[in-house]
Ligand binder design. Structure first.
Ligand code: CU
Length: 358
């Protein structure tokens, strides 16, 4: 609210200044004064440029320093450090340019403001100058792009061997997190299996599904590579773990993935930040609808032992639904058998429907 009021005040002051200058112009033209700008006006405007330069520079650096507590803490993943370094390289390349060009721009406007009888030096062209100010930015940009590509390829390349596989499925408005269990393999899914107790459409005849479990929290063992397979059921979402510098779109119909290695446990971060209430979080970074904020999930990074313990406590969905007891023969059936059974059922249903309409 205060910010809004502040902005409104600034806007009003600007409008008032604009109106005053307009009125002055009108008064001058009514008086029949010549439309020539005096040295006094030029000097005054030159001075304004200088003041703007000093205030602007101080403001830019002060706000960057003052609001530094809004920045994310040091990255908690291996590749996050590379991304942070890229950020610093870019800053090192651009901040000096920002400072120098702005000093030149505003100081020159002050130093060389218009004076009566003084004619500006007309400088048409210089090949050498053109070459210098084209070549330097080109080289710097090539270096930045090259380093950026190198980092990006390393980050998005194939996952480290033995990476733990987790699946994150987004929908309005929640994440369903599926762990691949002991076999580290996610079981098959089929759209036509989705329903009631099977929100992901897991195919129960696939053995790989039998140890998969679903969790409401994202638990991760420290210093272990994790491969997250990302899906969406309805609209665009985005899998965002700010502290690990992980962000990947969740697109309906196009599975995406991201792998990373967490390097600090939640406990370590709490100590490091001096905040006993700190928690990592998973957010959706795509404005996906009215209850978008509901997609926040708790992320817990723990030691490998703690993770193993937690993981053992989780019940595979297959067991939780009692499918292992309810339908023991299901396990032996192959998928083809299942399919042909379903087809037969469907045919029978169609026959019934036909009979009903007749
Ligand atoms: Cu979302």
């Amino acid at each position: 609210m205060t910010t809004f009021l502040g902005l409104a005040v600034i806007l009003l002051v600007l409008i008032i200044l604009f109106q005053i200058s307009k009125a002055n112009e009108l008064v001058s033209s009514i008086r029949g004064e010549e439309d020539e700008i005096s040295d006094k006006t030029n000097n005054f405007h030159g001075l304004l440029f200088l003041i703007f330069l000093v205030l602007g520079m101080v403001g830019a650096f002060w706000s960057a320093w003052h609001y530094s507590d809004l920045y994310l803490p040091e990255p908690s993943s291996v590749h996050g450090v590379d991304l942070r370094n890229m950020f610093y390289y870019t800053l090192v390349a651009t901040v000096p340019v920002f400072v120098v060009t702005h000093i030149l721009l505003f100081y020159f406007s002050y130093r060389y403001s218009g004076k009566e009888g003084k004619v500006g030096y007309h400088f048409a062209h210089s090949n050498r100058l053109e070459l210098v100010w084209t070549a330097i930015p080109a080289v710097v940009l090539v270096l930045l792009v090259f380093e950026g590509l190198r980092t990006w390829i390393a980050i998005t390349g194939p996952a480290a061997e033995g990476a733990m596989v987790v699946e994150a499925t987004a929908e309005q408005f929640q994440w369903t997190l599926r762990y691949s269990g002991n076999d580290n393999q996610l079981g098959k899914k089929r759209v036509d299996q989705i329903g009631g107790e099977n929100p992901l459409g897991q195919v129960w005849t696939d053995q790989a599904n039998h140890d998969d479990f679903i969790s409401t929290e994202l638990h991760l063992p420290v210093n272990t590579p994790v491969l997250v397979r990302i899906n969406a059921k309805d609209v665009l979402h985005s899998f965002f773990l700010p502290h690990f510098r992980v962000k990947m779109d969740a697109v309906p119909g196009i599975p995406t993935q991201f792998w990373f290695t967490p390097t600090k446990t939640t406990e370590q971060m709490r100590k490091e930040l001096g905040n006993p209430n700190f928690n990592y979080e998973l957010a959706c970074a795509e404005l996906c609808g009215q209850a978008h904020y509901n997609m926040r999930r708790l992320v817990v990074v723990e030691t490998k032992e703690e993770f193993q313990k937690w993981s053992k406590e989780q019940q595979p969905t297959y067991k939780a639904l009692g499918l292992d007891k309810k339908n023991p023969s299901l396990e032996e059936k192959t998928q083809e058998e299942q399919l042909s059974e379903q087809e037969e059922e469907q045919k029978a249903e169609e026959k019934d429907d036909l009979a009903a309409t007749l």
